[in-house]
Each structure stands twice: as structure tokens, then as C-alpha cells.
Write a new protein. Structure first.
Length: 81
């Protein structure tokens, strides 16, 4: 394998960008496109369309869903990392 010496990083391992950890003050819009998140939001009845501007705390309260359960389910789904 040839090694590029010009410093362009050609062939380098791509960087992995870590997403911010999901917390209660993040909006539904910030969360809904993460892997597994949409299924969790739908299961708990959180509005991911018209209510996407709401925080997870507000949306969970509106749906009558325990916030801790929603956050735990997002973590299990792999959406939090």
C-alpha cells in the first residue's frame, strides 16, 4: 500500500463525529432522525411532526409519558450516543 506524503490525509481512517448526548431539554427535532429514535417517539406517543419544536421534557409531559422512560428507551435504541 502506498503512503501519501503530501499531507492530504488521502486514505486516512474517516473521523467519527460523536453526537451530543440526548437530554430532556433537546427538542424532538434534534432527536428524531437518530437511529431508533423515531420508533421510541412513536411508541410513547410523542409528536415528532407538529410537536417537533417541543423539548423532550415538554413532549413527554404532553403525551403523558414518563420522561425517564423515554430517555431510557432512547438509550437502549442506541439513539443517545
Amino acid at each position: 500500500m502506498s503512503h501519501c506524503t503530501c499531507g492530504c490525509a488521502h486514505g486516512a481512517t474517516p473521523l467519527t463525529i460523536a453526537l451530543p448526548t440526548i437530554g430532556p431539554e433537546m427538542t424532538v427535532a434534534e432527536v428524531k432522525d437518530r437511529p431508533g429514535a423515531l420508533d421510541v417517539l412513536q411508541r410513547f406517543g410523542l409528536n415528532h411532526c407538529c410537536g417537533a419544536h417541543l423539548t423532550l421534557r415538554e413532549s413527554a409531559a404532553s403525551a403523558g409519558a414518563p420522561l425517564d422512560d423515554v430517555l431510557e428507551a432512547l438509550a437502549r435504541a442506541g439513539a443517545r450516543s
